[in-house]
Design a protein around this ligand. Sequence first.
Ligand SMILES: Nc1ncnc2c1ncn2[C@@H]1O[C@H](COP(=O)(O)OP(=O)(O)OP(=O)(O)O)[C@@H](O)[C@H]1O
Ligand SMILES: [Mg+2]
Length: 522
Amino acid sequence: MAEAPRTVMELVTTLGTRIASFMFVWAIIRQYVPVELRRNLESYTHRLLDYFYPYIRISIHEFTGSHLKRSEAYTSVEAYLSTNSTKNAKRLKAEVGRDSNKVSLSMDEHERVADEFNGVQVWWLSSKVVSVSRAMSDYPEPEKRFYRLKFHKKHREMITETYLEHVLNKGKEIKRQNKQRRLYTNNSGSSIKYSGRRMWSHIVFEHPATFETLAMEPSKKQEIIEDLSTFSKSKDYYARIGKAWKRGYLLYGPPGTGKSTMIAAMANFLSYDIYDLELTAVKDNTELRMLLIGTTSKSIIVIEDIDCSLELTGQRKKKEEKPDKGKKEAGKEPKDEGGSKVTLSGLLNFIDGLWSASGGERIIVFTTNYVEKLDPALTRRGRMDKHVEMSYCSFEGFKVLAKNYLEVEDHPAFDSIQQLMTEALVTPADVAENLMHKTTTENADVCLSNLIRALNEAKDLKKNELEKLEAMSSDKQKEPVEVEAMLLDQPREPVEVEEMLPNKQAAEESEAVQVEGMLLDQ
Ligand SMILES: Nc1ncnc2c1ncn2[C@@H]1O[C@H](COP(=O)(O)OP(=O)(O)OP(=O)(O)O)[C@@H](O)[C@H]1O
Ligand SMILES: [Mg+2]
C-alpha cells in the first residue's frame, strides 16, 4: 500500500525532469537555429506527432478569408453547441443576437464539451487566436475565435459526411427559431425599384397566437399541425418528386372565424416569416414575379380576401355587383380602374411554382369569406393543397377561448352555453368579444353571463331569419308567372334573372333551367 504514493512521486519527478530538459533544448533551438530551419523542424515534429496521434481535429473559424462577415458554419456550430453547452459546460457567455430578442448562451473561450452521435464520442473546444501586433496597434485586429472538433480517426468518414451536416442543419434550425420573425408588406407599386428586398418593408412579427389558443375542432387542428410539420421535414421528398417545395392553403369561412389568427399560429408554429401580399397594390404580373423572387425561404406568403382582390374571379365577378350580407368593409373592396393588372394566369403561374426555381420552403395561404366565388382554376387540388373551412364556434372551440380569456376550464354556466351553441350561430370572434373583461371588476361569472345573453340574442335572430325564409319560400310558388311577365316586358340575360331570384342557390338548381328554357322560347 505504501508503494503507490512513492510511484506517483517518482512519476511526477521523472515527468518534471523531462519537461525541464525539453524546455531547455527548445530554448537552445529557438536561440541558435535559424528561423527557416526551425520552421521545418516544427513541421516535421507535427507530422511525427500526428503519425502517432489517433485523433483528428477540424477547426471552424469565425471569420474566413479577408471578409469581416461571420462564417455561417461558425454561427451554426455556436447555435448547435448552445443547447449542449448549457447543460454541460461550466463557463458560458451570454449574448443577445442582432436579430433576436432572447439571450443566447454559448461556451466561453477555452471551454470544452463532449457530444455523442450514433454512439461515437466527439469533443468540441472553443478557443481564440490573439494577434501579437494587436495590443500595440491603433486599429487592433479582432480576436480570431474558432471551434475545434476532435474525434478518433477511425470515425473520419462518419463524422465528416454525416455528423458535420447534422450539426450545421441543427444549428441553422436553432438560429432560425431564436431569430425575431418579420411581417413583410409590399410597398406601393410606383415607388418600387425592381431590386429584390426593397419591394418589401417589414416590422417585427410578434403575434401571440398559437395552435393552443386557436379555437377550432381538435381533430381538424391536429390534422393541420401534422400537415405543417410533415411539410417542413419533406425537403428530400419534394426534391425527389421534382416539385417546388411549397404548400398551398385555402382558408375560408365567415368573418371572425379565425383565418388571420390561424396564419399567425402557423407562422409561430413553424418559426416562419410572413409576407402579406396586397395584390391590389401590385401593378402587373412582372411586379408580382419580382415580389415573389424577393421573398425568403421558410416563409408564409399570404393573400387575404382573395375574392376582393382584382379580377381574379373570372366571369362571375361581373355578376357580383351587389354586396352580399356580411360583406367586407368598403376599404376591402377591389380596386379597379387604373389599378392592378395582375391576371389570373399570372397568379396561377406563381402558385404553380414556376418562379420558385430558387428552392426553399414556402407556404402560400389564401383567405376568403366566399369560397364559392373563386375561379375553380385557382382552388383546384395541387394548387391549393389544403382547403380548411373555418367555421362558427363549437362548444370545444368555446372551451379553448374560456381557458385563454378567463382561465376557466369548467363552470356551472358551461351546460347552458353548450345547449345554446347548438341553437345559435356565433363566430369565435363574437365569443371572444364577450369573454373579454371590459372593466377590472368583471369576473368570469359576468363574462359568461354576457356570453349567454349574446347567444340568446343570436338564437332569436336565427329564428327570425328562418321564419322570414319560410315566408319567402311560400311566396316563391307564384314566382314563375311573375318572372315570365317581366321577361316578356324586357328580355334579359339568363344570369341576371337568376340574380333577381331570392334564395339564389336553391333557385339555381330548380328553376334556372326553366327560366333559360323560357328565354330560348322567345
Ligand atoms: N378560431 C379562433 N380562435 C381564437 N380566437 C379567434 C378565433 N377566431 C377569431 N378569434 C378572435 O377574433 C378576432 C378576429 O379573428 P380573425 O381576424 O382571425 O378572423 P378572420 O376569420 O380572419 O376574419 P376576416 O374574414 O374578417 O378577416 C381575433 O383577433 C381573435 O381574437
Ligand atoms: Mg382575416
